[in-house]
Design a protein. Structure first.
Length: 265
């Protein structure tokens, strides 16, 4: 990889992946609304609002690949979601089309399918059942990516990330946890594949309990190495009280499925 663009580079995953992917690309363009002050070898920072069409056009020019983490990452006002995730996704794919970018790693979310019960085992063909306006915006991004593949042959990995944090933060995340190392390996596999198509991948580690089956993405050869099992006995998870009738426990999206609209909360 010669020149890769990472959007949302000042955020949690952007920051973690910069370190994990050091040396993977010759040049890394880091972009975010928020500034990044300390740059490593080969890194350049460009401040950019994804909702600004002209800025995104300039940002994407000359890149070989895009790892798209930028945008609103939890439930928020519709205006913020509209700018970051809907206009932002459109501007990015349109810039990719105009500048001949062939492949995009799109950070989607498990909240696209968050209203499925936890007893269901989902795969790439399962119905979207978003649990929030945030989840709806990720569904828009996935459909947009499919459209740009079908019409313009821009390939995408639609990675429905579970919960990517250094460790699971609650009992739900024992099933949804994705380690940072497994995410970094997935990014490399997405760019190493001869052919990607427009493929849904559940971004989840090899946890003992899972709601997601990646059988349709087997061709990528991604085998997560980490497991939430090592955290299972930690006191903060064992002591958490859960109520099986609580919608936050019934549905895969957890608390996202329970809360009202952001403005009403
Ligand atoms: P984050 O909120 O830490 O980072 C997102 C970054 O995007 C922020 O630095 C923010 O400044 C930037 N951003 C927001 N609106 C923008 C705009 N209009 N223009 C330019 N930049 C903008 O989120 P995190 O955890 O790093 O997640 C990265 C991506 O992965 C997000 O798209 C999120 O939806 C997705 N994801 C993350 C999961 C996780 O467990 N961390 C789970 C599922 C999906
Ligand atoms: C997400 O989509 C969010 O970006 C992240 O902050 C977590 O809430 C994650 O989902 C999750 O479901 O745990």
């Amino acid at each position: 990889m010669k020149r890769v663009l990472i959007t949302g580079a000042a955020g949690n995953l952007g920051t973690a992946m910069r370190k994990k992917l050091a040396g993977w690309a010759d040049e890394v363009i880091l972009s975010d609304l928020n500034p990044i002050s300390e740059l490593g070898a080969g890194e350049t920072f460009v401040q950019c609002d994804l909702a600004d069409y002209d800025s995104v056009m300039a940002l994407v020019e000359g890149c070989d690949g895009i790892v798209h983490f930028g945008g609103v990452s939890t439930e928020n006002t519709f205006d913020n979601i509209l700018n970051g995730n809907i206009k932002g996704a459109y501007n990015l794919y349109e810039a990719a089309r105009k500048h001949g970018i062939k492949r995009i790693f799109f950070a989607s979310s498990n909240h696209v399918i968050g209203f499925h019960d936890r007893e269901a085992l989902l795969d790439a063909q399962s119905e979207m059942r978003p649990d929030s306006l945030y989840g709806v915006s990720k569904g828009f991004g996935e459909l947009l990516a499919q459209y740009y593949f079908d019409k313009f042959s821009i390939e995408s990995a639609l990675v429905r990330i579970g919960s990517c944090f250094p460790k699971p933060l609650n009992r739900r995340m024992l099933s949804t946890w994705l380690s940072e190392s497994d995410l970094a390996e997935l990014i490399k596999k997405v760019y190493a594949a001869d052919r990607l198509g427009c493929t849904v991948v559940y971004g989840v580690s090899d946890n003992p309990s899972t709601w997601w089956d990646n059988k349709h993405a087997k061709f990528l050869g991604w085998t997560p190495k980490d497991s939430s099992e090592v955290f299972e006995q930690e006191a903060y998870l064992r002591e958490e009280v859960v109520d099986s009738s609580d919608p936050a426990v019934r549905f895969q999206g957890g608390p996202f499925a329970k809360a009202g609209h952001f403005e009403d909360d």
